[in-house]
Design a protein around this ligand. Structure first.
Ligand SMILES: [Zn+2]
Length: 297
């Protein structure tokens, strides 16, 4: 089944405009239209496969290679950046919760690297992940039990000091349900961390339909800082900080150059990634990806 929207699925406004037509470069080669809502400044992928049928769009050797091979410069950079970011995320969680150890829920925990990092720092960790291979990887390599998404409804309320969604929210069909789970499961003084790409970044403007972070149809939602303001308000949260992700502009630019078929991919990617990083540093609302730190109102 496919899903088409006639009103904005984020804020319910009926005034939608066509935004871009993007190609799925990693799996199917299919085109998907993105519509845009000017009221909440969110884009969303139209005619998108529903939760039951989107699985095949995640099946790609390339998609897996980003998580586990170390071949090639792009993957080596990716591994360096991942280690840096794991440690920076851990510090961010400790800083904003004010805790050196506590309870953490990572939604969309993937292969479990972040959970492992937090567990090593003596946090009590719980992971939620839809992909069974990734669940098994976390169990086998880190001894961490990761649950399937329905488990979210079974967890008792207000038990987490921190909930994290690192580049996950844009993949979730039940967008408002995800926020409701976070609201229910977080302690009153708990902190929510959400990292998502920002289509209002200069690299998105530069690469247009070939901007790698559109990643249709896997990315259902294309957020901006205004989208996050709207969603936070709707679900009883407030944004207390926004932070850039310093490696994302490079990674996104390198992939975008590849999608363009650029002959100077690496150089052009490094150049445009550098410009995007500087613009993000100057104004976080223009950063390629943003980490939003939120607390309950
Ligand atoms: Zn809207």
């Amino acid at each position: 089944m496919r899903i088409s929207y006639t009103e904005c699925p984020v804020c319910q406004h009926k005034n939608l405009t066509p935004f871009l037509v993007c190609k799925d470069y990693t799996v199917s080669g299919e085109n998907f239209e993105i519509s845009y809502c000017h009221h909440c400044q969110t884009g969303f992928t139209q005619n998108v496969p529903d939760q039951e049928s989107i699985g095949i769009y995640y099946k790609s050797a390339q998609y897996i290679s980003h998580t586990d091979t170390k071949k090639g410069l792009v993957n080596q950079l990716y591994h360096f950046a991942r280690n840096f970011m794991l440690s920076s995320k851990q510090q961010l969680v400790s800083q904003h919760t004010g805790l050196q150890q506590g309870t953490l829920l990572d939604i969309g925990s993937g292969t479990g690297y972040f959970l492992d990092m937090m567990k090593r720092k003596n946090w009590q960790v719980t992971g939620i992940e839809a992909d069974e291979d990734a669940q098994a990887f976390a169990q086998k390599n880190f001894g961490i039990s990761v649950f399937s998404p329905p488990k979210l409804s079974e967890l008792p309320e207000k038990q987490f000091d921190a909930i994290t969604l690192w580049h996950v929210l844009e993949h979730l069909h039940d967008l408002h349900g995800a926020w409701a789970h976070c609201s229910r499961l977080l302690k009153d003084a708990g902190i929510l961390f959400i990292a998502v790409p920002n289509h209002q970044s200069p690299d998105a403007a530069h690469y247009q339909a070939q901007w790698a972070a559109y990643d249709v149809p896997r990315h259902l939602w294309h957020f901006s800082p205004a989208s996050l303001d709207f969603l936070a308000e709707k679900h009883g949260f407030q944004i207390i900080r926004k932070k850039i992700m310093p490696f994302d502009p490079f990674y996104i630019a390198l992939l975008s150059e590849k999608y363009k078929g650029s002959s100077l991919g690496l150089l052009a990617g490094a150049w445009h990634g550098g410009i995007a990083l500087l613009k993000g540093l100057a104004n976080v609302n223009r950063s390629s990806s943003v980490i939003y730190v939120l607390k309950k109102k």
